[in-house]
Design a protein around this ligand. Sequence first.
Ligand SMILES: Nc1ncnc2c1ncn2[C@@H]1O[C@H](COP(=O)(O)OP(=O)(O)OP(=O)(O)O)[C@@H](O)[C@H]1O
Length: 489
Amino acid sequence: MNIIIVDDEKEVGTFLFHLFQRQSYQVDVVTNGKAFKEKVSENDYQLALIDLKLPDVFGLDLLRYLREVRPTCKGIVMTGYSTVKTAVEAIKLGAYDYIEKPFEDITYIETLVNNAIQSDFKKTKENDVRRIANRIGFVVGKSEKMQQLIQVANKFAEKNINILIEGETGTGKEVLARFIHEASERADHPFIGVNCGALTETLLESELFGHEKGAFTGATKARKGLFEIANNGTLFLDEIGEASPPIQVKLLRILETREYMRVGGEETKRTNARIIAASHVDLRKAVQEGTFREDLLYRLEVVKLSIPPLRERKEDIPCLLDYFLKQYGNEHIRFSDEAVETLKNYKWPGNIRELSNIVMRALTLAERETVTISSNYLPTHLLHPSENKEEKNEPVKNRPIQYVDETNELEQYFLQWKNEILAALQHKELTDFHEIIQQLKELEVRVERAFVREALRRTLGNRREAAKQLNISPRKIRYVLHEKKEGIE
Ligand SMILES: Nc1ncnc2c1ncn2[C@@H]1O[C@H](COP(=O)(O)OP(=O)(O)OP(=O)(O)O)[C@@H](O)[C@H]1O
């Protein structure tokens, strides 16, 4: 088995040379890109360890060269902390993994190298990814973009690094965060999600950091915050772009020092929660517009994963349809080819959440009528895609609200929901509990949506007044509305 190492720091090369030679590997060490290319073109290596900063060439270029000339040779890049972002690029380019310099855990490096060289290891990894994705209900699909994304997510799941997930609403940011948690060593600890846009500033602050007794009116006893509860686990900060400036300052502090204080508290606490943040708005733009702190973004986006919108990965639609049909207990029903074509031609502003709702709607309409769902069971706006042209890039908030008969829609949903839960209780194994929780969450969303829509109908669309009537914040209304845009007709 042959290994090549390229690093301009001679001590690093010598150290690794002895480390691997002791394990009976054949090791070559070079100090620049030119020598690396010469060696690689002449010899058959199984593994290359590439320093990212070399005097004559950028490490990523060597990785590309390796892909071209020796596609079976695996590449591991070596990087300093400040260049972890480049390591993300390397993984996207197909690097097997990266290691940080200075080396801290030598046993980890030895295991990593041994695993990389064992030929069936990649397959095991792929199976792991599939198994975890299946378990939590994450459909990866067939598109190359998603295949690549899940590999990168899996790779970084193992690292103790904060991750930022960007993607339009409904693209699956939360399920991806859950995947990362499940694929990490934190899987046995809690995964906790909070939507930064759904709570008022004071509530969010006390939710995140906890409070001491008497910290504010109504604080009758001390309460743990999510950073405390998610200790050693993962804290998912959804819609981070909606966090107010004072909360952003506190988050920055926690990211820099891992320290925080409960509201009204004096004791400094530490947290070991991993943060995965998500946003449906472009945070770079938010920084330019002055609504998001640049230093906070810098800390959050060490690893940034972007989930492509559904319209850019239409080849995933059939897999998603199969998944939702199965989830709703209707495996014997299928969508006709023509219906699938219609679905592929639509622009999906609400992405996968919208698709899931449309499957549910079609199933409700088709119940006991047919086992092949044709386009007739799809909402009319899907059948005339050209009419949706201008809608494509229109921000969610500016879209007109569609008023529907809430009572009827909710009643239908309740019926179906009740049947599914009872069926699950009677027939399914108890390991399907996660699915039931998902359905409970889905129910909560539906009920909230119905009440908000009704309040808006009664107040002729006056959000402030509707919020007052429902005794919730206007932010919460915005949140619910932004979820509702998938528009069930
Ligand atoms: N890849 C996927 N496989 C299976 N279901 C998915 C997938 N992506 C999204 N979903 C489903 O779509 C719905 C929306 O997903 P999720 O809440 O993760 O999206 P999001 O991007 O976080 O949305 P938002 O920006 O509105 O918070 C959920 O019901 C989720 O289970």
